[in-house]
Design a protein. Structure first.
Length: 496
């Protein structure tokens, strides 16, 4: 007896389904047993890059890697597909894959139930550790990485970018190398000395950096081990020769940290201004003061309360929530237009700190400024008040990524001022602001040798309504028509 056509089609379908199961089920069991998975995301978001695997395979010395969290708990409170879940997933999968290499020793610590172990990692609290941070130990040295610094949000696509592979592998490479990057404080311009901010120096050296002084005029060059050159509240300008030495250093990717507090003298800082101009920034010869007693420290109207400008650099600092006072401050302004900062200039700027925004007042901004120093002779100057830019950073891709950290105040780093705040039971973010800048400047903390991971889903751009309607027909109506045709054919054969 011949098999009916409908029965033949059904039999083939069942055989095909059985064949798929026969292949898929054993493969799934094999991959599960072998703890293997296939990353099919468009950017390999959950896989180590070949360069990372090669680096970890060739480590000469063991690395202890401690995560201050139970990583399995990072998924709590979020669902697959949500940004928080993808962030946790990329982080955990990266750490688990790194753990499989012979020289990586991974451990996890609960900062709440195991505070003693956290204290063993950082007995002097120099790294300011918090939940989720990573501590790397190798060669008798340590390096910490804040969890939130591993992620950035792409403003154009909205996707979360994971820099964990960059930061972790960069830090490991640094620890293996034995090189100590140095923070140099310049001398010769009546600057503040490093011993005016011993707490900061202790935190810097605690993160395996060295701190030294540098007389540029005498040395005629910037040492090769310089991580950044610091000018701390200079009272005198650079010489033309020193300016040229600094610009040569910056042109080769060198970093600068300038704390340009206001100076009462009529000195015009021509050469320092020339350095700033290369980062498309200019400084005002002014001093900022507060008219609201609620926005200054102990009624000192020049010790102003400030706020962080919202961006990736300041996000981790804002999460700590202590206050930020900036005593004796001048302001700056960018010479870029908005379009330049969007990509037509090689210099990328980020505004970091501004005078406070006070919603409780009708004027909202209660900060004003007065002429201070320089050669401006405007006796009738009347301050307009408003938001004053007090700190920013800039990076120049045309000069091998040279970075500038710029602040209009230095007193916020002084031990004397921070002790006064501590004695009053408050906490200041001042030192942590500069520590974050140092970490940002440290290229070994974020090596370009390892690619960025992106938690983006595939998407298409629809240029107009007509195109959108066509896509809807193709994606929705057409499958429905095909399915309906299949039902009609099946019904006819079934009733034949």
């Amino acid at each position: 007896m011949a098999m009916k056509k409908g029965m033949k089609v059904n039999t083939i379908a069942w055989i095909a389904a059985a064949a798929v199961l026969a292949v898929a089920v054993p493969l799934n069991l094999i991959f599960t047993k072998a703890d293997k998975s296939i990353d099919v995301t468009p950017f390999s978001a959950y896989s180590l890059s070949d360069s990372a695997a090669a680096t970890l395979s060739n480590l000469e010395k063991p690395v202890n890697m401690t995560v201050l969290y139970d990583m399995d708990l990072l998924y709590e409170g979020s669902e697959p597909g949500e940004a928080e879940y993808m962030m946790a997933d990329m982080f955990v999968k990266t750490m688990r894959q790194m753990e499989k290499f012979d020289k990586i020793n991974l451990s996890e610590i609960d900062v709440v139930s195991e505070p003693g172990k956290v204290e063993e990692l950082d007995p002097d609290n120099l790294m300011n550790l918090s939940a989720g941070d990573i501590v790397l130990e190798c060669n008798g040295r340590k390096r910490s990485i804040q969890f939130m610094t591993l992620f950035k949000t792409n403003e154009q696509t909205g996707s979360v970018e994971f820099y964990g592979e960059n930061a972790i592998l960069g830090a490991i490479s640094y620890l293996q190398s034995g090189i100590t990057p140095t923070v140099y404080f310049t001398t010769g311009h009546d600057e503040a000395k490093p011993d005016t901010c011993n707490n900061l120096v202790g935190a810097v050296t605690g993160n395996n950096y060295a701190v030294k002084t540098l007389d540029i005029a005498a040395e005629k060059k910037i040492p090769e081990d310089a991580l950044t050159v610091v000018m701390a509240a200079p009272q005198k300008d650079l010489t033309a020769e020193e300016k040229d030495i600094i610009l040569d250093y910056a042109s080769d990717g060198g970093n600068l940290s300038l704390f340009l507090a206001p100076v009462a003298s009529k000195t015009v800082f021509v050469n320092i201004e020339a350095v700033l101009a290369t980062y498309q920034v200019e400084m005002n010869y002014n001093r900022i003061y507060e008219t609201s007693s609620a926005n200054c420290w102990k009624d000192d109207r020049y010790a102003i309360l400030c706020q962080f400008v919202e961006n990736d650099f300041t996000s981790a600092l804002k999460s700590l929530q202590p206050t930020l006072f900036m005593p004796n401050s001048r302001s700056f302004y960018s010479t870029q237009s908005g379009d330049e900062n969007e990509g037509t200039s090689s210099v990328k700027q980020e505004f970091l700190v501004s005078s406070i925004y006070d919603e409780s007042t009708s004027y909202q901004y209660t900060a004003f400024d007065e002429i201070y120093g320089g050669n401006r002779a405007d006796a009738d100057y009347k301050s307009p008040g408003g938001q004053y830019l007090i700190a920013l950073n800039a990076e120049d891709s045309a000069r091998r990524g040279s970075k500038l950290f710029l602040s209009g105040s230095y007193d916020f780093l002084r031990d004397e001022f921070n002790s006064e705040i501590a004695d009053a039971g408050a906490a200041s973010l001042g030192p942590y602001l500069f520590l974050s800048a140092i970490s940002w400047m440290d290229k070994v903390n974020s090596s370009d040798a390892f690619p960025t991971r992106v938690s983006a889903t595939d998407y298409i751009t629809i240029p107009d309504r007509k195109t959108g309607n066509i896509i809807l027909v193709i994606m929705i109506a057409l499958p429905v028509l095909i399915a309906a045709s299949g039902v009609i054919v099946w019904a006819r054969r079934h009733n034949a």
